[in-house]
Design a protein around this ligand. Structure first.
Ligand code: FES
Ligand code: FES
Length: 201
């Protein structure tokens, strides 16, 4: 390998290491002496606190990072699925302040100060399933179930604004969620059962 190429690769590695050192300084050192570096134009604080499923979670988040990425790969909450990763399928649905959102299209930094709820936060502390989860268990509405957590979260969110939907209303309310196995009739039956159990709870 020519010297020029060797040097440029080495330089690139040095650059990456240097960039990591500067970005990590943002949360490792908060003394005024490094303040000028930390508050560079366009920079954001990377170590932030999120409220996830009722817990305060400290996490290192890049400014362009999506909430789905943070939940799955930083916090280990893999119940939130990534299907399309571009706001089309709803597999990544979570609740932000009780409203369903596609977490693949929410920047994590914008979720600061909000109540984030994922599928892992639905069951009670003693393991009792949320009524919508119970409805799915009873009616066995999903085939591969990849889309299931998104449908459940969308339904839980929808029932907060319409606790007694007709089948058509619920179908419309969760129409932002898609299922590749396409057994929508059974899915709706399960979720309507969940709505019924929610009213009784
Ligand atoms: S993965 Fe987010 S909408 Fe499909
Ligand atoms: S049950 Fe397979 S994608 Fe929905």
């Amino acid at each position: 390998m020519a010297d020029g190429k060797t040097l440029s690769r080495r330089d690139a590695i040095k650059g990456v290491i240097a960039a990591g050192a500067v970005s990590s300084a943002g949360y490792l050192f908060r003394a005024p002496s490094v303040g000028a570096q930390v508050s560079a134009p366009g920079s954001v604080e990377r170590l932030i606190t999120l409220t996830v499923n009722g817990q305060q979670r400290r996490v290192d988040v890049m400014k362009q990072e999506t909430l789905a990425t943070t939940l799955r790969y930083k916090l280990g909450l893999t119940g939130t699925k990534l299907g399309c990763d571009r706001s089309e399928c709803g597999a990544c649905t979570v609740l932000l302040d009780d409203v369903p959102h596609y977490s693949c299209s929410v920047l994590t930094h914008t979720a600061r100060g909000k109540k984030i709820q994922s599928i892992e936060g639905l069951a009670a502390a003693d393991g009792t399933l949320h009524p919508v989860q119970q409805g799915v268990v009873e009616e066995q509405g999903f085939q591969c179930a990849f889309c299931m957590s998104g449908f459940i979260m969308a339904t839980v969110g929808y029932l907060k604004v319409n606790p007694s939907p007709t089948r058509a209303e619920l179908a419309h309310g969760i129409s932002g969620n898609l299922c590749r196995c396409q057994d929508y009739d059974k899915i709706l039956t399960s979720l309507m059962r969940g709505a019924e159990l929610s009213r009784r709870a």
